[in-house]
Design a protein around this ligand. Structure first.
Ligand code: F6R
Length: 243
């Protein structure tokens, strides 16, 4: 696409179409969602579709990819806060349908909590659609280099590059949490449909490695090459190194 805006409208409309189709079928629509700068325009368009075109989210159940650990919901840095600011506060999704990893779960409960997160996704029928961004390390969710293709939701240590990229918004590297809870590669790959968004030149190199490189745990996003219904939605900058 020429720009992120144009591309985001197309992605938002695919999601809206899926939600409406599930409403006709009288079924819930299970969405896996991402935070960060990449999906914000998609959320903006979904909010517009709700406010101006009557798109309802009453049948939507969401599972967010990740959350920093430790992190309180109230913090402006939390992904809980981000999702409410950008999407949930502006649509009619029932709050009981919103699932975001709990950044304050006690250390000794975190393993069981993560297993339960994956089980809950399975219990509602699995993800119908997973929206992704990509980090410069090749992470999807916070599955950093070294992540196993069969990994489930778990607590991880963030890569230095990822923490450095987050440092400006935290006003310094030392304020960026060292860990996070993330859905696993397998959790993501079980989704029936995956759309990965990347905008701008600074994603060009990792997009090239992800799309054209060998499948490897060194670039976890390459695992998506083995998924049968994944689309990478790119602007000219992010696509600029593809051959
Ligand atoms: C966020 C997430 C991350 C981001 C990635 C890109 O929930 O899971 O993988 O998608 O770090 O971030 P942005 O979009 O800010 O470039």
């Amino acid at each position: 696409f020429n720009d992120a805006y144009e591309a985001s409208i197309v992605v938002a409309h695919e999601i809206a179409q899926l939600i409406r189709q599930k409403q006709v079928e009288n079924k819930p629509c299970i969405l896996g969602l991402a935070t960060g700068s990449s999906p914000t325009k998609v959320y903006e368009e979904l909010v517009r579709l709700h406010k101006e075109e009557g798109l309802s989210f009453y049948n939507v159940i969401t599972f967010n990819l990740d959350e920093y650990y430790p992190m309180s919901k109230e913090s402006v840095h939390s992904y809980w806060y981000f999702m409410h600011e950008h999407l949930f506060n502006h649509i009619d999704i029932p709050s009981k349908n919103i699932n975001i990893p709990d950044g304050m779960i006690a250390q000794d409960e975190v393993i069981q909590y993560c297993l339960d997160y994956d089980r809950k996704i399975e219990e509602v029928g699995g993800l119908d659609f997973q929206l992704l961004g990509i980090g410069r390390t090749g992470h999807i969710g916070f599955n950093e280099p070294g992540s196993h293709q069969n990994s489930g939701t778990r607590i991880i240590t963030l890569d230095h590059v990822t923490r450095a990229d987050a440092a400006p918004s935290f006003l310094g590297l030392s304020n960026v949490p060292k860990r996070a809870i993330t859905m696993g590669i397998q959790t993501v790959r079980k989704s029936k449909r995956i759309v990965l968004l990347a905008w701008g030149q600074n994603k060009a190199e990792i997009i090239k490695e992800t799309v054209e490189g060998e499948v490897s745990s060194e670039v976890p996003a390459t695992y998506l090459q083995e998924h049968n219904n994944t689309t990478f939605v790119l602007d000219n900058g992010a696509a600029s190194q593809l051959t």
